[in-house]
Design a protein around this ligand. Structure first.
Ligand SMILES: [Zn+2]
Length: 194
């Protein structure tokens, strides 16, 4: 089995790079796509909630002042959980502390000293999208009625916010099964054997 390493095996060369530090156009594009995905997911998840929670008759009537005040705090908490999930997988696969940072248009977790095999990096990249998505769907089924709309908002926001992760994942899919990825946080580099 291929494991993570701090030294690339012989014969590997860089095959691609996604650089959020240099590529400002990509950041703006990802944020525009994120906005539309957020709207779409909000719409779809509201529909899903109406289906599974027929006890909720009117969504807007379920919103309280307390919910609105909590929303900002919950959004920050969700961002921390999102990056935390990336970080936990970086730690599981490398057994060393990842790095975290917040930029104006994105937040990140990274492990600059490590090269992760394709499968490990795929799990690390998609972890927050899948994990928070699954937890959110469960909450929509079980949460108190007046929290449903907040959950819809947060899951939609997380899905939109994961467009960068999805972009990296799709590029990773094109790499060979034996390839490695290095993630500094805002620069992802892929390495393959030619
Ligand atoms: Zn992410």
């Amino acid at each position: 089995m291929i494991t993570s390493t701090q030294t690339l095996p012989a014969g590997y060369v860089q095959s691609a790079e996604i650089n959020l530090k240099k590529d400002k156009r990509l950041i703006i594009l990802l944020n525009i796509v994120a906005f539309f995905i957020f709207i779409l997911m909000f719409y779809l998840l509201s529909g899903f909630t109406a289906l599974v929670r027929p006890d909720i008759k009117n969504f807007s009537a379920t919103i309280t002042i307390w919910n609105m005040l909590s929303l900002l705090g919950l959004t920050v908490l969700m961002l921390i959980i999102h990056e935390g999930i990336h970080g936990v997988f970086f730690w599981i696969f490398s057994r060393s502390m990842p790095v975290f940072a917040l930029r104006p248009l994105y937040a990140y977790a990274g492990a600059p000293a490590w090269f992760f095999p394709k499968r490990q990096y795929a799990i690390t990249t998609l972890g927050p999208l899948v994990g928070i998505g699954a937890a959110g769907l469960l909450l929509l089924l079980l949460a108190p009625i007046n929290w449903a709309i907040m959950t819809v908002f947060l899951v939609a926001l997380n899905t939109g916010g994961a467009m960068g992760d999805l972009f990296v994942f799709i590029r990773l899919l094109k790499c060979a099964p034996t390839s490695f990825a290095n993630d500094t946080g805002d620069i992802v580099t892929f390495f393959e054997r030619p």
